[in-house]
Design a protein around this ligand. Structure first.
Ligand code: ADP
Ligand code: MG
Length: 267
């Protein structure tokens, strides 16, 4: 059975970790495509000026395309900036263009600088079951906007030596946002990524993460896989680039875990 259950209520995630290269974008894209192929309505918001999620999802992101930058500025509504992804008809994406690179600074002097994204996506079509915001690798105003706009944080953690370093800072920032800007925010989901089963280190990191975060950590672990890293070069997720690959299967399993939790109302 390829379908997955709808969540009790719409779930909105910030996919965050201020470290770059840990699998935020890959996780956002592949979980989103897996859920959409399973019949759910999903929206990806690309909040990283590098626009890697937009590229992987095959949407237009040349300068002048209505993007999350114009949405933050109030020049377009979120609905106007949504493009449908070729990978899955039920998957929408608000792309990021290079203009977003300036937003981190421009936002500083703007009114409601922390709540602009929330306002923009409050108006988004209620038919979306899942919204994922792919955050940049920093804890600046863009990431704060994501955390104000969402209830859940999904943290991808790469199974390597320095994985837990810097996580403290991320968790403190989440606490700060929770205390001052969004009482509903919490870390709901942790996904271990780029797991290399041949190393004992990967196992140790995985164990450490599980003992600290307990049931927040998905049972599924994403293996390191060449197919996963090749897919974006073809403007595809691994789910469509090579559905039979281990990477695709593990992202499908992770998506199913997320969907099952959502259907049970577990956060
Ligand atoms: P982030 O968004 O956190 O910066 P990315 O998702 O862009 O991280 O991943 C960083 C790099 O690692 C990318 O080149 C991506 O293709 C690659 N990558 C991510 N996950 C895997 C995986 N499971 N196996 C192999 N390569 C991966
Ligand atoms: Mg990224």
């Amino acid at each position: 059975d390829l379908t997955m259950p709808r969540p009790r209520q719409r779930r909105i995630f910030s996919v965050a970790n201020q470290k770059g290269g840990v699998g935020k974008t890959t996780t956002t894209v592949n979980i989103a495509v897996a859920l959409a192929l399973a019949g759910l309505h999903v929206l990806v918001i690309d909040l990283d000026p590098q626009g890697n999620a937009s590229t992987a999802l095959g949407v237009e992101r040349t300068v002048g395309t209505p993007s999350i930058y114009e949405v933050l500025l109030g020049e377009f509504s979120a609905a106007e900036a949504i493009q449908t992804c070729p990978d899955a008809p039920r998957l929408g994406c608000i792309p990021a263009t290079i203009d977003l690179a300036g937003a981190e600074i421009e936002l500083v002097t703007m009114e409601d600088r922390e709540t602009r994204l929330k306002r923009a996506i409050d108006g988004v079509d209620a038919e979306y079951d899942y919204v994922f915001i792919d955050c940049p690798p920093s804890l600046g105003l863009l990431t704060v906007n994501a955390m104000v706009a969402t209830r859940e944080v999904l943290i991808p953690i790469q199974c390597e030596y320095y994985a837990l370093e810097g996580l403290g800072q991320l968790l403190r920032n989440i606490d700060l946002v929770q205390q001052h800007l969004n009482t509903e925010l919490s870390v709901s989901t942790i996904l271990l990524t780029m797991y290399d089963g041949r190393t004992r280190l990967a196992d140790q990191v995985a164990q450490e993460v599980r003992s600290h975060f307990q049931q927040k950590v998905l049972t599924t672990v994403i293996p390191r896989s060449v197919k996963v890293s090749e897919a974006p070069g073809f403007s595809q997720s691994v789910m469509t680039y090579d559905p039979g690959s281990r990477g695709a299967k593990s992202y499908l399993d992770a998506a199913r875990e997320i969907a099952d939790r959502g259907a049970r109302g577990v956060q």
